[in-house]
Ligand binder design. Structure first.
Ligand SMILES: [Zn+2]
Length: 417
């Protein structure tokens, strides 16, 4: 079987034929060139208007990189025709294997983009002997195609969250769809301002916006404002993940402050290595950490009392009736506000302030996939941490949509990978 026959099976073009196939001597790496010719009766298509037009002349041959075969680079070679289009003037023809001035075939770009879902961009570049930028541009192409072709109809539940990126306080706002059948990233924006989130709602059609029934978010005021403004008649849930995260942060703050004070007063720094004991749930502690925790519990430290308050709060999520849950919440807040532990009091005040939204957790139960925001958030963090060489916002945005967006792809005759 000849390479031409294989190409006709995997990548056949109606108006073009594969011609001579040859091994390129003295190329830097093993290379095959495949010449392409237009069919005898085929007229060139104007790239301006997409209609066939009379020929004008032919340009010098161009090379288009195709999917490699056995680590042998494959290039299509073709001399583009120019069209004397009555509407657009003289234009270069449109060809089915590549777009615009690209030197890569569209199939090869999709091939690289698909591999970039499984491996880091650096690895993909190394294996297929292209540059990191080639991989990035291919992924970007796949992402823009996917965003333009995705179906947003019938979204019922969304979750809003933020993650940090780069070092310091740079945030990204992320919006997820969080239903049982469909969990995906819908939106990425810089910062966590009202505009970051409002722009998302502005990309939605009125119909899609009205289909949203549930929204999960944390207590970040900018998000609360925009959700209240953009979504009427939704159940807005402050979910478990975000609330427990807030509590974890408060405990950490108490511990750090207390460790500092103890050290100033000349006490043993018992709290320093114990960070994980206080942040983990008891069932997740290692044996050594359990000993540490037992030791810590002998002190009547604020950290320990905060920890116990948090542990007690876990019971809140076990209630099935919103009424009893509300009662528990109120009692817990009263108790915590008397604790004289400022970071925990701050949490209690904030819980009290958002009481209705928190109790919505019990109203949305079963409708919103529990833990979905947390799961997607962890994947998003992993994506930003992977050493992909994302120095720019554009890079991180592209990577997030590519990994988490569940974006559609065009239909191919052949699956190359
Ligand atoms: Zn035209």
């Amino acid at each position: 079987m000849q390479l031409k026959s294989i190409l006709n099976r995997v990548e056949r073009y109606k108006s073009f034929v594969y011609g001579k196939v040859q091994w390129v001597e003295d190329a830097a790496r093993p290379t095959i060139e495949v010449r392409i010719e237009p069919r005898a009766n085929g007229r060139a298509i104007c790239s301006g208007c997409g209609r066939p037009g009379p020929g004008y002349d032919r340009l010098p041959e161009r090379r288009f990189e195709f999917v490699p075969l056995w680590q042998i680079a494959v290039f299509f070679v073709y001399a583009m025709r120019r069209v004397d289009c009555p509407r657009c003037g003289v234009t270069v023809e449109r060809v089915p294997w590549a777009e615009g001035k690209h030197t890569m075939t569209t199939t090869f770009r999709w091939f690289l983009a698909r591999w970039a879902k499984r491996l880091s961009w650096q690895e993909v570049a190394g294996i297929f002997q292209v540059s990191w930028e080639d991989v990035f541009r291919s992924v970007k192409y796949a992402v823009s195609w996917g965003l333009a072709h995705r179906d947003l109809s019938g979204i019922e539940a969304i979750g809003v969250d933020e993650i940090q990126w780069q070092r310091g306080h740079h945030y990204l706002t992320l919006v997820y769809q969080i239903e049982d059948g469909m969990k995906r990233l819908l939106w990425v924006a810089r910062d966590r301002t009202e505009a970051s989130l409002r722009d998302f709602f502005q990309t939605l059609s009125e119909e899609v916006r009205l289909s949203v029934r549930f929204v999960c978010s944390d207590m970040w005021q900018a998000y609360l404002n925009v959700i209240a403004e953009q979504l009427k008649n939704v159940v807005h849930v402050l979910d478990r993940f975000h609330i427990m995260k807030k509590m974890g942060e408060a405990i950490d703050e108490v511990r750090r402050g207390e460790a500092r004070r103890l050290a100033q007063d000349g006490y043993e720094p018992v709290l320093k290595p114990s960070r994980w004991c206080l942040l983990k749930r008891p069932e997740n502690l290692t044996e050594k950490q359990t000993v540490k925790l037992a030791e810590l519990l002998q002190y009547n430290l604020q950290s320990v009392r905060s920890y116990l308050l948090r542990e007690d709060f876990q019971r809140f999520w076990e209630y099935s009736s919103p009424g009893w849950a509300a009662k528990f919440l109120d009692q817990w807040c009263t108790r915590t506000l008397r604790s004289r532990i400022e970071p925990m009091k701050k949490v209690a005040r904030s819980l009290r302030e958002h009481r209705d939204l928190i109790l919505n957790w019990f109203r949305a139960r079963g409708k919103v996939s529990a833990g979905a925001v947390e799961g997607l958030n962890n994947k998003a963090k992993l994506t930003t941490r992977k050493a992909y060489g994302f120095r720019t916002y554009e890079g991180i945005e592209t990577a997030l949509y590519h990994t988490l967006g569940a974006l559609p792809e065009p239909e191919f005759t052949h699956e190359f990978c």
